[in-house]
Design a protein around this ligand. Structure first.
Ligand SMILES: Cc1cc2nc3c(=O)[nH]c(=O)nc-3n(C[C@H](O)[C@H](O)[C@H](O)COP(=O)(O)OP(=O)(O)OC[C@H]3O[C@@H](n4cnc5c(N)ncnc54)[C@H](O)[C@@H]3O)c2cc1C
Length: 510
């Protein structure tokens, strides 16, 4: 399809990358990015770019990816609870300052011939172009103005987070909780330059209120930083901060907003990146999704004969990948919201629970890639020495073969005997609610007392993972033995859940 004019609303990673790719594919078109901010004055600190993302960006545009990698900061990952720390050597994790990433993408967009207009706030309705790309971020006015067409749904997370930074490079990324007199705060922190680290700190509503942050949030004007919270957290996280200060950049407590839209385009206006969809920061994918959208949009426009066909093809290609990541992100968000309840686990087992939390990584794959962490985690679960853990290909069967002693119950392995289903003291529950919903809380509160809860429900994977997540809540809140029905094809999920303490026993149904 031939385009003469392309207007891009928003000069974030999605908009700038889309503008460059589209200009390279349509050298005769006039491509303009309208960005209401000015260069070098952006929000936020560093963002992470995982290895898979790098591969996709390399295939689409090797030059800009090389420039991004050259100014990125590689790091490993670690988890620290109290004095116990476990480190995961992970060769391909990169982080980059948001301002640095934008500066590289601005340079490459300009080099391709894109016209960048800063300090210009525009609306899709004001623009006259063959294609209008609305990459105007999580608060997209395009999405709001055309809400009838896009039908957005916005779900707010329960927990609160605050995005700040510090002026030194941590030795590795670290997840670390700190408990104060008001409750638990968890930092997700990672270095992104030789003198900078991101510190993303989250907490639950009750702790937030008890620490008085509801008030400090109210008193912090938009565009300012909540210094009261930063001072408090700087003291609480003094150890990982190694005496450095926390710095803000329009930093205040927020609840994560997951955006979903029923449609991503109307006529010649198309949503891209955070404007179309968001996924919780704990899977570090927002920038990746925005840039991968840009790749798909460019390809779809190049291949199609008309605008409707192009934008339909873009949406059809990206929607499954976005839905998949949003499902993982939702589970990950819930896992982090309930993180303080798991901090009594040995830290290696906690890392195992973290890696398998959203159904993306199996224990076998984790054991293959990081046996030095996975094996002590599995040993802690089974109460054996790390040397006694079998090779990765055998761990799934080995986990399910471990015995269990729970109260007066003794089980030879982690597959539940059928007689337990109807034994006295067992309550069977058909699960049809999301694990972290109010309906799940009500279900748990209304349950009759039992020594065993046996969870049943549909056969699809999301429903199976939901049962395992509810099992963990119930197990923690009731102390009963938890059994979940699972189709046999989800053996790997069953093993991950058993080894991570989400469920005690499983029953394979088909
Ligand atoms: C706490 C937190 C941590 C995160 N950590 C990570 C991470 O580790 N890894 C990762 O990949 N992602 C991370 N993200 C997500 C990431 O920041 C976003 O997903 C990403 O920036 C989306 O890119 P975008 O181009 O769609 O939108 P944005 O980056 O938001 O850019 C939108 C741009 O549009 C401009 N704009 C808005 N309206 C208009 C208008 N009307 N006219 C002109 N300009 C306009 C804005 O000024 C802005 O520059 C994190 C997000 C949060 C909240």
């Amino acid at each position: 399809m031939k385009l003469n004019t392309i207007a891009v609303l928003g000069g974030g990673p999605g908009g700038l990358y889309a503008a460059r790719l589209l200009k390279l594919s349509h050298p005769h078109a006039e491509v303009t990015v309208y960005e209401h901010g000015v260069p070098d004055k952006t929000f936020g600190f560093g963002v992470g770019l995982a290895s898979r993302t790098q591969r996709n960006l390399r295939l689409a545009d090797e030059d800009s990816l090389n420039a991004i990698v050259a100014v990125s900061h590689p790091h490993e990952m670690s988890m620290r609870v109290g004095d116990a720390e476990v480190r995961l050597a992970h060769g391909e994790l990169l982080a980059i300052g948001r301002a640095t990433l934008l500066s590289v993408l601005q340079t490459y967009a300009r080099a391709a011939g894109v016209n960048l207009r800063f300090g210009e706030r525009r609306s899709a309705a004001d623009l006259d172009a063959d294609l209008i790309v609305a990459a105007d971020g999580i608060a997209s006015t395009t999405r709001t103005e055309l809400a009838e067409e896009f039908a957005p749904e916005i779900a707010e997370g329960e927990g609160l987070y605050l995005w700040c930074g510090t002026e030194f490079a941590l030795p590795s990324a670290v997840f670390t909780p700190v408990t104060t007199e008001h409750g638990t705060f968890v930092a997700h922190a990672y270095p992104y330059a030789s003198d900078r680290s991101t510190f993303l700190i989250e907490t639950d509503e009750q702790t937030w209120q008890q620490a008085g942050f509801d008030e400090s949030t109210r008193e912090t004007k938009n565009g300012e930083t909540d210094q009261i919270s930063l001072d408090y957290l700087q003291e609480a996280f003094a150890q990982p901060l190694q005496g450095n200060r926390l710095i803000g950049n329009r930093t205040k407590w927020l609840r994560f907003r997951t955006i979903r839209c029923r449609r991503w385009y109307t006529r010649n206006v198309v949503l891209l990146g955070d404007a179309a969809h968001t996924a919780h920061y704990s899977i570090g994918s927002g920038t990746k999704l925005a840039m991968e959208d840009a790749i798909a949009l460019d390809r779809a426009v190049l291949a199609a004969d008309d605008m409707d066909e192009a934008l339909a093809a873009y949406e059809a290609e990206r929607r499954p990948a976005v839905n998949h990541l949003q499902a993982i992100a939702e589970r990950s968000m819930a896992w982090w919201d309930s993180f303080p309840a798991r901090t009594s686990m040995p830290v290696e087992q906690l890392m195992l629970a973290y890696m398998t939390r959203a159904g993306k990584v199996t224990v076998e794959r984790f054991a293959e890639s990081a046996p030095q962490v996975a094996n002590p985690g599995l040993a802690a679960f089974a109460g054996v020495e790390a040397n006694d853990v079998p090779p990765p290909a055998a761990v799934t069967a080995w986990i399910l073969d471990q015995p269990l002693a729970a109260g007066e119950h003794r089980f030879a392995a982690r597959t539940a005997p059928e007689t337990l289903r109807t034994a006295s003291g067992t309550v069977q529950i058909e699960i049809s609610v999301r694990p972290w919903s109010h309906a799940a809380t009500k279900l748990i509160v209304d349950l009759p007392p039992a020594t065993t809860y046996w969870l049943t429900g549909p056969d699809d994977r999301e429903a199976a993972l939901d049962r395992l997540d509810i099992a963990e809540r119930l197990r923690r809140e009731t102390g009963a033995v938890l059994v979940a029905d699972l189709p046999r094809r989800f053996r790997a999920d069953a093993a991950g859940a058993v080894a991570s303490g989400r469920v005690d026993l499983v029953a394979f149904t088909s």
